[in-house]
Design a protein around this ligand. Structure first.
Ligand SMILES: Cc1ncc(C[n+]2csc(CCOP(=O)(O)OP(=O)(O)O)c2C)c(N)n1
Ligand code: SF4
Ligand SMILES: [Mg+2]
Length: 310
């Protein structure tokens, strides 16, 4: 039932973990929002989100929020520093017995790839080094989505963006944030995607079961920035896993394990052809050089991980 004062669904009608409706317009079919919904189902309301500027910032526009806990908005580079301040404050309240352990909150950074792979990387590295007890959730839509999908360090090779409009798209390669986190020896790290909810939920539970720096890195199919029909979000997410472009894996105790290995990998072009950002690989002339380069990189990744026994 809609509450006439807040214009949101009445809280008492909903299970305690669901996101409430938001008054702000988010894109239909947003893969980042899909992953966040699923993560929040497990996390629940005893969370405080620390958000680096990006698309998800529009979820909480004062005085409205779809979350049941608190929300702190920070500059793009500063979310881990904000998380440190909140964790410290909670620890002081606990020490002074002004809150009970049952009233303690999970401190969760919510950030896009532009902040996570780029602007916020230094603050993140320092927070991991300090052993900060926080969950770091990245929705990776492979570009600066909120400002019109400019290239970010997470944009994949050959994708066209607002700042890479040339014949070959982005010349560089996507940065490996998961590997960067693992090199720090965190308490936990995992890649996830909203289109594989069972794998995702298990990883959120694993992350919540330990203390320290923890990463959940979600590929976030983005109909607006990647140029596809919003109804294809789940299909494209499953193709990202099935082609092997987005390996689902987790890091625990120094070991990396793949949690879903595609038995027979689908050719990457099945994934690429679903998105307007790769249309120039197929029209007006087929760019076999670029398609083969992308396929070769994926093949090399899986050959390497097989030889490592991951
Ligand atoms: C230092 C700084 N530079 C630029 C901006 C403008 N800005 C706001 S959101 C955004 C895009 C952030 O990209 P990402 O972290 O990937 O999140 P997304 O928008 O894709 O959700 C930018 C560039 C900013 N807020 N701060
Ligand atoms: S631009 Fe992409 S990531 Fe941002 S809200 Fe829209 S669909 Fe989601
Ligand atoms: Mg982004």
């Amino acid at each position: 039932m809609i509450d006439p004062e807040t214009r949101f669904l009445s809280v008492k009608d909903l299970p305690s973990t669901r996101l409430l409706g938001t008054g702000t317009p988010m894109c239909a079919g947003c893969g980042g929002l899909q992953a966040l919904h699923e993560i929040y189902d497990v996390l629940g309301g005893r969370t405080v989100f620390v958000n680096a500027a990006g698309c998800m910032t529009l979820l909480s526009v004062y005085p409205f929020t779809p979350f049941r806990g608190s929300w702190l908005y920070t500059a793009m580079a500063s979310a881990p520093a904000g998380a440190q301040g909140i964790r410290d404050a909670l620890d002081i309240l606990l020490e002074q017995r002004r809150i009970t352990p049952a009233e303690d909150l999970q401190v969760v950074v919510l950030t896009g790839d532009g902040a996570a792979y780029g602007m916020g990387l230094s603050a993140t590295s320092a927070a991991i080094d300090r052993g900060l007890d926080f969950l770091y959730v990245v929705y990776d839509n492979e570009g600066y989505g909120n400002t019109g999908q400019q290239s970010s360090p997470a944009t994949p090779h050959a994708a066209r963006t607002a700042t890479a409009r040339g014949a070959g798209g982005v010349p560089g390669e996507k940065k490996d944030l998961f590997a960067i986190w693992c090199a720090h020896g965190p308490a936990y790290a995992a890649t996830i995607i909203g289109a594989e909810p069972l794998d995702l939920v298990r990883k959120v539970e694993q992350a919540m079961a330990v203390k320290g720096p923890r990463l959940l890195l979600a590929l976030a199919p983005c109909p607006t920035g990647w140029d596809f029909d919003p109804q294809r979000t789940v299909e494209i997410g499953k193709l990202a896993v099935g082609t092997g472009i987005w390996p689902l894996k987790e890091y625990r105790d120094g070991t990396i394990v793949h949690t879903k290995v595609p038995r027979r990998r689908v050719p990457v072009e099945r994934y690429l052809e679903t998105q307007g950002r790769f249309r120039h690989l197929f029209e007006p002339n087929r760019r076999d050089d670029l398609i083969e380069a992308i396929q070769a990189r994926v093949d090399a990744y899986w050959a390497q991980s097989a030889s490592n026994g991951a």
